[in-house]
Write a protein that binds this ligand. Structure first.
Ligand SMILES: *Cc1c(COP(=O)(O)O)cnc(C)c1O
Length: 445
């Protein structure tokens, strides 16, 4: 496989962009391949190499790269009529109606331009609504590039995880390990009266793919209710991906107060959204006092792309297709691991998947989760499978990145660039893609 064009492009990029990229995860070592174009479930790079694409833009592309006729037509029309106005349009009302109709907890929604902007605004909203400053986040959880959640450390011993963030931000952010109800109880025992919100992904989707253990979200819901705190589900990655149109909260039967969206809801264009109970979301300006605003918010092209993508998904059993392929891929991976690397763990659900290079195998595989770890207590892998950010961190990251990822690339399979980020199946993927991917895994693992 030749990568000369990509190499030359990266050489130019390094002179004019920090690290040669516009988002840090793209800076694959020694240099990334540059994409020339998408093609269904595949991408073609600048040197003409073709890959099965399981990155899918890091989550936004539910339908793949060839947008169906109705989506393409809606996008073209919105762009042709003038890209944006600074005044309301019908299409944003329609998308808001669609979201509130399908996502159980969401009565009202405010659209913004990125997942980061959504979580920033959701945290401000929770603080404004409760009049409290502290938020609780999960260790290893990701909520975008925002000051309040870029923290490391444990409990109330937190500090910023990046230079440039004042210590005082971290003072207001408490961390607990995901899937640890005791730690959640402790943090509420100590700080309950000051906690504005618990902010968590329903599934840790940016750090391995870690499913909740039985009862975990119910515990968080109860603790929030008992202490007058809000539960915020960050569904930027799981929204309209896990659980279909009802999102992960519908699948798990949890009723968060606020939900953040991004990725799929913009149909491949920059987007974020904050949804929730009217009483809370109406605290945003101009209905309420919590300042929220944006020149590009509710952008007509994005709104059209998001609306037609979700309509198409509703009308064409997209979730049946992608979840079915996900199931096949994860169970195929499970079989390969049992033969070749029993210490590794298949994780994922619906159309998300990953193989995490965990270090310990169970004694038996009798009756284990067949198509990705579901945190079933009676699964023989239960003790070994990762439960939180710390467990994921202990896995073999270097081997994953330096040996495994390039071996998959060389066989024409494009995976996310490190052990932590999820991979995705799209509507354009086929049975053949799954077979080809499994063959490549068999070689590379
Ligand atoms: C991607 C992601 C974000 C950040 O969204 P951006 O659009 O990249 O700003 C926030 N939270 C979660 C759970 C995400 O997956």
């Amino acid at each position: 496989m030749n990568h000369e064009q990509s190499r030359a492009l990266y050489d130019r990029a390094l002179s004019v962009m920090p690290g040669g990229v516009n988002s840090s995860v793209r800076a694959v070592r020694p240099y990334p391949f540059f994409i020339e174009k998408g093609d269904g479930g595949h991408v073609v790079d600048a040197d003409g190499n073709r890959y099965i694409d399981f990155v899918m833009g890091y989550g936004p592309l539910l339908l793949g790269h060839d947008l169906p006729e109705q989506v393409q037509a809606a996008v073209q029309q919105a762009a042709a009529e003038g890209p944006m106005y600074g005044a309301p349009t019908e299409v944003e009302v329609e998308l808001a109606e669609f979201v509130t109709r399908h996502v159980p907890s969401v009565e009202m929604v405010r659209f913004v331009n990125s997942g980061t902007e959504a979580t920033v605004s959701a945290v401000r909203l929770a603080r404004g609504y409760t009049g409290r400053d502290k938020i609780v986040v999960m260790q290893g959880g990701y909520h975008g590039a925002q000051e309040s959640t870029l923290v490391e450390g444990e409990g109330d011993h937190t500090h910023p995880s990046s230079p440039g963030i004042p210590e005082s931000f971290a003072e207001h952010t408490l961390t607990v390990p995901f899937n640890d109800p005791e730690a959640a109880h402790e943090v509420f025992d100590e700080h309950g009266e000051d906690i504005a919100a618990v902010l968590t992904e329903p599934i840790l989707g940016n750090y391995g793919i870690v499913q909740p253990v039985d009862g975990y979200h119910e515990t968080l819901r109860e603790l929030c209710d008992d202490h007058g705190s809000l539960l915020i589900f960050d569904e930027v990655i799981t929204g309209f991906r896990v659980g279909g149109l009802q999102c992960a909260q519908g699948k798990f039967g949890i009723d968060p107060d606020i939900t953040t969206f991004g990725k799929i809801v913009g149909g491949g264009f920059p987007v974020g959204a904050i949804g929730g109970k009217s009483e809370i979301v109406e605290q945003f300006t101009p209905a309420g006092d919590v300042f929220q605003s944006g020149t590009f918010s509710g952008h007509p092209v994005t709104m059209a792309a998001g609306l037609e993508t979700l309509r198409y998904a509703a009308e064409n059993d997209v979730y049946g297709h992608v979840d079915g392929l996900g199931e096949r891929l994860r169970s195929g991976l499970q079989d390969i691991l049992e033969d070749q690397a029993p210490e590794y763990t298949v994780v994922g659900t619906d159309s998300m998947f990953k193989v995490v290079f965990t270090r310990e195998a169970p004694d038996s595989f009798e009756g284990h989760c067949e198509a990705g770890c579901q945190q079933r207590e009676d699964c023989p892998r239960f003790e070994q499978c990762p439960k939180n950010g710390h467990d994921i961190k202990q896995a073999e990251t270097e081997r994953w990145e330096r040996l495994f990822w390039p071996a998959m690339r060389d066989q024409g399979v494009f995976l996310t660039a490190n052990q932590f980020e999820s991979q995705f199946i799209c509507d354009a993927h086929t049975d053949q893609d799954i077979e080809d991917a499994l063959e490549a895994y068999k070689e590379a693992i």
